[in-house]
Design a protein around this ligand. Sequence first.
Ligand SMILES: *Cc1c(COP(=O)(O)O)cnc(C)c1O
Length: 432
Amino acid sequence: MLKMDKSQQLFATACGLMPGGVNSPVRAFKSVGMDPLFIEKAAGCRIYDVDHNEYIDYVGSWGPLILGHSHPEVIEAIIKAAEKGTSYGTPCPGEVELASLITEAIPSVEKIRMVNSGTEATMSAIRVARAYTGRDKIVKFAGCYHGHGDSFLVQAGSGMLTLGAPSSPGVPASIAQHTLVAEYNDLASVEKIFTEEGRNIAAVIVEPVAANMGLVLPHREFLAGLRKITELYGSVLIFDEVITGFRTCYGGFQNYVGITPDLTTLGKIIGGGLPVGAYGGKKELMDLVSPVGDVYQAGTLSGNPLAMAAGAATLKILQSKDWYERLEVAGYFMVTRLKKVFEDADRFYTINRLGSMFTIFFNEQDETIEDYQAVKRSNAEEYGRFYRQLLAEGIYLPPSQFEVCFISCAHELQDIELTVNAFMRALEKLDA
Ligand SMILES: *Cc1c(COP(=O)(O)O)cnc(C)c1O
């Protein structure tokens, strides 16, 4: 059994100090039926908890750490920046460097604004879209996550017209009603909304690869269709690439599929493990932002020199080698081996994968999972049981069925081999 004494002591104290003992809800491990681990340090593909357990990590801080933990060059860049001060509240050279790297890598991002989180990026992007179009409504997709802004904590209501209803207490119905909810990979659901409300829709926001309901890949026609319909109605197309930016290739997923949005939101990888977000796109839209235009958006720590240094170091390393080909090989190897392990154990789960991202859906059979309805049919309880076994074998997956596993550049093929063997043992124990 996993030794968790110190984690449990810390958790007991934390629970008296912070809601649920955590600063972000999935970390609480509720959906896998246990208490969270407190991590003390991390290096490469491994993390270490306060009870000195070691794990091969497939969370990577929920996506940012594509190079693995504590990459020496990233750490060095942060230290060098810190020695020159942690924040000036003025423009600094690091902002120009990171902004250049991103705009060169993602051509649709002609101008960019740095913020401090993905949540801030999406909130600001829809503000720009609303200002540009003079319209209030936005369209989002069931199962896509865009941070915790009021306009996004919305689920399909019961009305004829998927009028948004708050999915969290504290979100005014008067705000939620401006968010219309469509089905991912279902263009007909989008067309229906546009037929009725098209002239009032400021923006469609979408994760070009859905990675917050487990991994769900887009149909090519789906993204192309969104481009077409938004153009037709003069609405802004926003790709939320907070996860996918620099994850599937050097640039956005938009580079990979060749579909150009009007605005792009970024975060995670571009901060190299420090708190960062960014939004950018067409000059015409971005020049509406203050101080050029009147759309107000500001940030005390935006463009922070440490975060800029970590982000720029990360992108430069990603550029320096064939990392994305290696990640593809690692992802292919991992998932091919895991499928075999499950088959040998007479289990036929669905595994969705794109490059270094994958999700194992603990469903009844190997079926295609390409929308939120299908995702919801998976057995989260079985995932939880398996999760606890796997953790005891030294493998750290996201503590929820509906999150994505990330492979990093620091995962060597032998780490994956170790992982596959651990899966085999965990499955045997599950059956015992
Ligand atoms: C993580 C995420 C966000 C929110 O970013 P935070 O930095 O957690 O605020 C927004 N959109 C997507 C697609 C994300 O994965």
